[in-house]
Design a protein around this ligand. Structure first.
Ligand code: ADP
Ligand code: ZN
Length: 433
């Protein structure tokens, strides 16, 4: 069901007119309220009145995580502090946390966006939303929580961790919608198996998974093992938190960006020139309504492309392809660009391999070496050494074929790679130390 029919199905022309009006207003406000942005705009030689069309967006300077860090913690807030009612901080996967704030109206918009997200994924009033995203500074937990309440569903604020208890609650409370990271969803599937709980005995119907990259193969695995429809949802704290884009249950292909709130661009990460729909590049967002923490052309470092083709669900918002990597988690192994997601893709296409892996990069002399540790299924592990060896070699060969790099594959016992309760850590790069 479409939560907000009026806005989610706006004809593109009307949408663009709305975007322009909101953009102009937002830039004026930011220019007046935030000295840092005002200075950056002056340096770039652009004034708010120069924004006469959506195309003029490209005149504005980009904002990066570094800008946020320089203004730590509240330097980029665009309202008097008395109007801030909530503070979150990013989980800091890539270093120091960045701090974001919300006014009452921002929290209200966020709830609306997450209600849309849930609805887009097929959830509705009457559902029991099992919210295993972490509650706390991380935006996932509370973001999903407010959205589920706005939707009219019953939300279980279980947060992450204590998987056995999670499964007991799912059984007893009849959870129908699961929200967590995709890696934690698999973790839950493992624990279910251990506990001898048959997923088809549960009421789970749909899962809204995000906050970290995952592959199409991983989706299939999750759908099969948890007996639900797995939906990809996207967001980042700098822009709002979850609720920036979501797949629709009809297509499960590409995530509709809530373009009445966020203006997306894809830019070439080298030249910084905007690219047309269809082309891969770095995803950049400008917020259109945010009060406390607006961002202008925020560089996400996430790689995607825009899909402009109409969608069968009826939403007119462009879709973004699932994130294929980040410009900054890209590993360069002996000169070859490698995304962890590509290695995952290979692993998940091989029979007998479990979706738990760790990539360890090191340097021997001047040579980069890469080891992929991956769990194998119980029956293979207890098989002959020869079988294991053969499997290891097969994975090495397939990685070499697809990515052009040699690596060492180490098959490890089931359940030896540390499980995540939030974002999984997939790469250890010892070269930087
Ligand atoms: P950080 O991870 O930098 O601490 P956040 O917790 O806000 O900050 O996470 C935002 C990032 O998480 C995004 O920029 C993106 O890299 C990743 N992410 C979020 N949702 C998805 C998704 N559905 N698919 C892939 N990556 C995602
Ligand atoms: Zn759709």
């Amino acid at each position: 069901m479409i939560w907000n029919e009026e806005f989610e199905t706006l004809p593109r022309e009307a949408l663009q007119a709305l975007q322009l009006k909101r953009l102009q207003h937002q830039i004026e406000r930011v220019h007046a309220a935030v000295p840092y942005y005002r200075n950056k705009m002056a340096e770039a030689g652009v004034k708010p009145s120069d924004i006469k069309s959506l195309k003029d967006l490209r005149k504005l300077p980009f904002t990066t995580k570094e800008d946020l860090r320089l203004n730590y913690p509240f330097g980029l807030f665009a309202v008097p502090f008395e109007r801030v009612v909530r503070i979150h901080a990013s989980s800091g996967t890539t270093g120091k946390p960045t701090v974001v704030g919300y006014t009452k109206r921002d929290i209200d918009s966020w709830a609306e966006l997450m209600a849309r997200t849930l609805s887009c994924g097929g959830a509705h009033q009457g559902d029991v939303v099992h919210n295993a995203y972490g509650y706390g500074l991380f935006t996932g937990g509370l973001g999903a929580h407010y959205g589920a309440e706005r939707l009219g569903a019953a939300v279980i604020p279980i947060s992450g961790g204590n998987s056995k208890r999670q499964i007991m609650i799912m059984q007893d409370f009849g959870s129908t919608v699961l929200m967590c990271t995709p890696s934690y969803a698999l973790n839950l599937a493992d624990v279910m198996k251990e506990m001898d709980v048959d997923p088809s005995s549960l009421k789970l119907r749909v899962g809204l998974f995000g906050a970290e990259p995952w592959s199409e193969n991983m989706r299939e695995e999750i759908q099969k093992r948890l007996n639900l429809k797995a939906i990809d949802i996207f967001g980042l704290s700098e822009v709002m938190g979850p609720g920036v884009a979501s797949e629709c249950v009809e297509e499960q292909h590409g995530l509709h960006i809530f373009e009445d709130y966020f203006l997306p661009e894809i830019v070439d990460p080298k030249t910084m020139e905007p690219l047309p729909p269809g082309e891969h590049g770095e995803l950049v967002f400008t917020t259109l309504t945010k009060e406390a923490f607006p961002v202008i052309r925020y560089r996400t470092k996430d790689i995607s492309r825009l899909i402009a083709e109409p969608c069968s669900c009826g939403r007119t918002f462009y879709r973004m392809e699932r994130i294929t990597g980040r410009t900054d988690d890209m590993l360069i192994i002996r000169g070859v660009n490698v995304f962890p997601s590509q290695i995952e893709h290979v692993l998940m296409s091989i029979e007998g391999v479990e979706p738990h892996y760790l990539i360890i990069v090191d340097r021997e002399g001047s040579l980069d070496v890469i080891e992929v540790q991956v769990e194998v299924s119980e029956n293979i592990f207890s098989d002959e050494v020869k079988v294991l060896e053969k499997l290891g070699k097969k994975i090495e060969r397939e990685i070499k074929d697809l990515l052009g790099i040699s690596c060492k594959v180490k098959l490890v016992e089931p359940k030896t790679i540390q499980r995540s309760e939030g974002k999984a850590k997939r790469v250890i790069d010892n070269r930087k130390l």
